[in-house]
Structure formats: C-alpha cells, structure tokens
Design a protein around this ligand. Structure first.
Ligand SMILES: *Cc1c(COP(=O)(O)O)cnc(C)c1O
Length: 231
C-alpha cells in the first residue's frame, strides 16, 4: 500500500518534471512520517525511500535511534525550540525551519560544539497567515546576510509551508515568489549561502510546486495516509 503510494507520487513528480522541462534528478521526495509508526517507515524504506521528514524532536530522535541507518537522511521540518537543538544537530541532514536569528545562533553554537556543519533552510512565510512561522519575503535578504556570517552553518536555501487551498493552483503564485526570492538571494553570491534547495510543496500541491521550481517536496498524507493526532 505505502509502496504503491510512493510509486504514484513518484510518477506524478516525473510528470510534473516533464511538463516543466526539469530533470527528475533535480527533485527530491521527502517522506513526511510524523505521527506514523516505525513499521510504516520500514515499508517506505523497503520501497526505496531514504529521506524522511519529522516535526517533533522526541519522535525524530526515537526514529533515528530505532533505524540506526547512516544511509537515511532525516529532515527536521517543524518548529524547533532552541533548547532541543542539541539532541538533533549531528543527527539530521537538514533543518528546514530556521526563522529567527536567535535560532540560527543557537544552531551555530551547537554545530561548532559538535564539530559539524549544519545544513539549514530559511523558512519564509509568503502566504502571510498569522498562524504560521517564517519570516517575510521583505526581510529574507537581510536575514540571510545576517545568519550567513555564523560559523558551523550553511544556508542551503529556502522553505515554505503554503496554506491549504481547495484548488492547488491557488498556491502557484506563492511558489513563484519563493523561486524568485531564491534566485535573488543566490545572485548576491554571499559566502555560506548556496541556495541550491527550494523546499516547497506538500500532498495537496507538490506538483504545482515542482512546476515552479521546488527541489524538495515534503509529502506525508499521499504516502502514509491520513494522520491521527488523537492516539
Ligand atoms: C506535515 C507536514 C508536511 C506534509 O504534509 P502532507 O499534507 O501530509 O503532505 C509537509 N511539511 C511540513 C512542514 C509539515 O509539517
């Protein structure tokens, strides 16, 4: 079942790449496994998935320990509290949700302490919903300049969580703005900023996100089914 879902999502990714003249090799599927049991992740791994996204530190570290597989890339995609950075800093491949200078500074401190370089993404709020985390498009360049100076981190790119919309086409403008912002920041050639990652698109809108330039799509429901937060 999960295997079939992954195949379907991959086929859709391929079609979106063809429509937009992109190479499938330029798009990474991250399986968002939050709330899902280890058996489900194992099924996804058996189907070839090696990149997983989680949004809670405790659940993430539990899964990392359980699988203990250095080939897996774990992505921290949720809001990260500064006091929990130390538990994941040398265990995750990338932190997608950096949206304050304080958080970037604390990640930098922990990375230096552990002797690692942390891949981070700047979370941008293009949809401008009050409930969401993320910095505004207007502040993004200054924010990037400021945090790029910190030791132990490399700014790999941008991430956004677009709002849920009935018609995914309604998020196309948001994805376009994200792509433009990433091109604008890349053009500044700032040290420690590569801008080779654009993390956007979820179950509802990943195909549109790919058409607009996403390099990483974070897909949960379409792979693992609906989440039950009450158990
Ligand atoms: C849960 C989550 C996803 C996956 O959402 P689906 O709609 O289930 O694909 C992607 N990104 C973030 C940041 C999430 O928290």
């Amino acid at each position: 079942m999960i295997k079939d879902n992954i195949e379907l999502v991959k086929a859709n990714i391929e079609k979106a790449c063809i429509r937009s003249g992109r190479s499938v090799d330029d798009v990474t599927l991250i399986a968002v496994s939050k709330t899902k049991p280890n058996e489900d992740l194992q099924e996804a791994m058996d189907a070839g998935m090696l990149e997983f996204g989680e949004n809670k530190v405790q659940e993430l570290t539990g899964k990392i320990e359980f699988f203990n597989n250095p080939d897996i890339k774990w992505h921290m995609i949720g809001h990260l509290q500064t006091n929990k950075i130390k538990y994941i800093i040398d265990k995750v491949y990338m932190i997608h949700s950096v949206d304050t200078v304080n958080l970037a500074e604390k990640i930098s401190e922990q990375a230096v302490k552990k002797g690692v370089t942390a891949n981070i993404l700047i979370e941008v709020n293009v949809g401008l919903e009050d409930t969401k985390f993320g910095i505004t498009v207007d502040n993004a360049v200054d924010f990037a300049l400021e945090i790029a100076k910190l030791p132990g981190i490399i700014v790999r790119g941008l991430m956004t969580v677009a709002p849920y919309v009935e018609n995914p086409e309604d998020n196309r403008e948001i994805f376009k703005k994200m792509k433009q912002l990433s091109v604008d920041i890349a053009a500044k050639n700032i040290d420690n900023i590569t801008m080779d990652v654009l993390s956007m698109g979820m179950t509802n809108d990943y195909e549109i996100a790919i058409e607009e330039g996403a390099t990483h799509v974070r897909v949960g429901t379409a792979i693992f089914g609906n989440r039950n937060y009450n158990i």
